[in-house]
Design a protein around this ligand. Structure first.
Ligand SMILES: NC(=O)c1ccc[n+]([C@@H]2O[C@H](COP(=O)([O-])OP(=O)(O)OC[C@H]3O[C@@H](n4cnc5c(N)ncnc54)[C@H](OP(=O)(O)O)[C@@H]3O)[C@@H](O)[C@H]2O)c1
Length: 314
């Protein structure tokens, strides 16, 4: 399209937007006769008489893609019985993904989640599996591929804390946190890369933490495990990029879940005050960032650590 033609087309679209802006409330999109309705102000109305398109941008397919960002993908999420993992599983199912997820001790919650997510109309299955156990992780991935036919996305989310100052930290506290938080990421990633390499595609997302970047008194074991995840993520991105397998990490800040629910109210208030956005994050905040890294919208992003922390480390 020539410059003049492009300019004329932009003007026509702007005129249409202004015209519609005068009649409707202030935000959001409504495709009137195509039956696509998104609530909220301002409002942009596209009737059959107007085609809101430019050469590179088509509104209707864009909206469809945004609502079903993970359509047809198969995702495996570890530790989804509660908290962040649960929100990721729910968000992925909502975005059209077929979801396999794991739990360990919260059996009832895991089974309940499987039933709840079935309402989205995609294939959902919960597996009871210990992510820190190498053999169980291998078997889990085999079972998921047998059941779902492929594996596009792996989210290594399972994690625990066993806090204490170094002077008082036992060998067991160290070993267990490292096994559940870091060894699990090795276990699942190694197993998942087999089907991903066959498919020459995959997205792996590892849940680290701002604590893995900054450190935290009383969490030497947890911080070490999360810092280890960052090194692992970058190495896997370097090793598997040529196979079209991407590997990224998400570093949540203070996210209000059962894990942080154990903290003293005073500590929670201090955390909130120190965050530029002045609130703790929600599991859904993390789920949305995870969906982006899982989707083809991030197809040129690998080896990165995305902080979802309300600006905490800025
Ligand atoms: N909340 C935060 O502020 C925050 C901040 C930064 C990073 N993170 C990270 O985000 C992830 C999720 O945290 P969260 O706050 O949602 O924690 P959470 O509410 O305590 O949930 C942890 C999940 O991990 C599962 N899990 C624990 N050990 C497991 C194992 N060996 N095998 C399989 N699953 C296991 C639990 O399943 P069962 O209950 O069934 O055992 C549960 O579903 C963790 O990696 C955490 O380190 C959280």
């Amino acid at each position: 399209m020539g410059l003049n033609a492009g300019f004329t087309r932009c003007c026509a679209i702007l005129q249409l937007v202004c015209l519609v802006g005068r009649t409707g409330p202030s935000h959001g999109f409504t495709g009137s006769s195509d039956g696509v309705k998104f609530g909220g102000p301002p409002r942009l109305v596209a009737s059959k008489n107007y085609q809101l398109t430019t050469t590179n941008y088509q509104l209707e397919p864009y909206l469809r893609r945004m609502t079903k960002l993970l359509d047809g993908k198969v995702a495996l999420i570890t530790g989804a019985s509660k908290g962040i993992g649960r929100a990721i599983a729910a968000h992925f199912a909502q975005l059209g993904a077929n979801v396999a997820f794991t739990y360990l001790s919260s059996v009832e919650k895991g089974q309940q989640l499987e039933q709840e997510l079935a309402a989205h109309g995609t294939k959902i299955k919960g597996f009871r599996s210990d992510a820190s156990d190498y053999a169980q992780a291998e078997k889990l991935v085999e079972d998921v591929v047998a059941e779902f036919g492929k594996l596009d996305i792996l989210v290594n989310n399972a994690g625990i804390t066993m806090d204490g100052l170094l002077m008082r930290m036992s060998e067991q506290q160290w070993d267990q946190v490292l096994a559940v938080n870091l060894k699990s990421v090795f276990n699942l990633t190694k197993a998942a890369t087999k089907p991903m390499m066959r498919a020459k595609a995959g997205s792996i997302i590892n849940m680290t933490s701002v604590v893995g970047i900054k450190g935290n008194a009383g969490q030497a074991n947890y911080a070490a495990s999360k810092a280890g995840i960052i090194g692992f993520t970058k190495s896997v991105a370097l090793e598997l990029g040529s196979r079209n397998i991407r590997c990224n990490a998400i570093a949540p800040g203070f996210i209000e879940t059962e894990m942080t629910g154990e903290l003293d109210q005073k500590v929670v208030d201090e955390w909130r005050k120190a965050i530029p956005l002045k609130r703790g994050g929600t599991p859904e905040d993390v789920a949305k960032a995870t969906a982006f890294l899982a989707s083809d919208d991030s197809s040129y992003i690998s080896g990165q650590v995305l902080q979802v922390d309300g600006g905490m480390l800025t």
